[in-house]
Design a protein around this ligand. Structure first.
Ligand SMILES: C[S@@+](CC[C@H](N)C(=O)[O-])C[C@H]1O[C@@H](n2cnc3c(N)ncnc32)[C@H](O)[C@@H]1O
Length: 215
């Protein structure tokens, strides 16, 4: 997957430009909720990619440490203009190097679907470890739309799903991409967050997002 994002870096943000009113409306809703949830926070961003959400969040956050495993996407992110202090770090989302309770805001957009199901607990435990009590968190990702989402690939003995992705130059990749229903999200996050309820979830036609506060 890291190889795919390294080679896709230049064309990545085209996904946010699709001319579909529902998508655009939901993207703006996500943007608004994200900015509101993380206003004035010292934010750790997981898998920031080319900095699309980092730039938007910089309008309301106090500061952002934006992380990704792939240098090539960070190089693109670094070229953008930000409205709050932002620094970029190479980090593996499963092995964060920050000290416990280093931040009071957490952001992970379009990353959760790439986490293997067997590593969800590992990711959330790590993520929450570096956040202070009462931190605010925002996580967003895709809803599966069969008509545009393409075929999901299933492997025997593996409960993750995969998608075939083709770059403009013709190179093809098989990428882990898991989709979650409203009920799945409720179940997964209730396990990690006391009091997590349906009110913490927005589930749209194209995207979902979660906002919650750590205990
Ligand atoms: C779908 S992109 C999301 C980028 C950005 N958050 C956005 O929404 O535009 C997924 C990102 O995960 C990064 N990534 C892949 N494996 C990672 C890992 N183990 N730790 C941190 N980032 C990783 C990729 O480099 C890529 O930038």
């Amino acid at each position: 997957m890291q190889n795919y994002y390294k080679n896709r870096a230049e064309e990545y943000e085209e996904i946010y430009l699709r001319d579909d009113p529902t998508r655009q409306e939901e993207l703006r809703k996500l943007e608004e909720l994200m900015k509101e949830t993380l206003v004035n926070k010292k934010v750790l961003e997981i898998a920031c990619g080319t900095g699309y959400w980092t730039r938007l969040l910089s309008e309301t956050a106090q500061s952002i440490i934006a992380t990704d495993k792939v240098q090539q996407v960070l190089e693109i992110a670094k070229e953008k203009q930000y409205l709050c202090p932002v620094s970029f770090h190479i980090e593996d989302a499963f092995k964060l190097s920050f000290k416990n309770a280093s931040f009071n805001g957490g952001l992970a957009n379009f990353w959760f679907s790439h986490v293997p199901r067997e590593k969800i607990d590992c990711f959330l435990t790590n993520f929450h470890r570096v956040l202070q009590k009462k931190s605010e968190i925002f996580i967003a990702d895709n809803v599966y739309i069969p008509s545009i989402g393409g075929e999901l690939v299933i492997k025997k003995g593996d409960n993750n799903t995969y998608k075939r992705r083709k770059l403009k130059d013709g190179r093809e990749y098989l990428i882990l991409k898991n989709y979650y229903s409203f009920e799945d999200l409720l179940k997964i996050f209730s396990k990690h967050i006391t009091g997590f309820s349906k009110d913490n979830i927005f589930y749209g036609n194209c995207f979902w997002c979660l906002t919650y506060e750590l205990e």
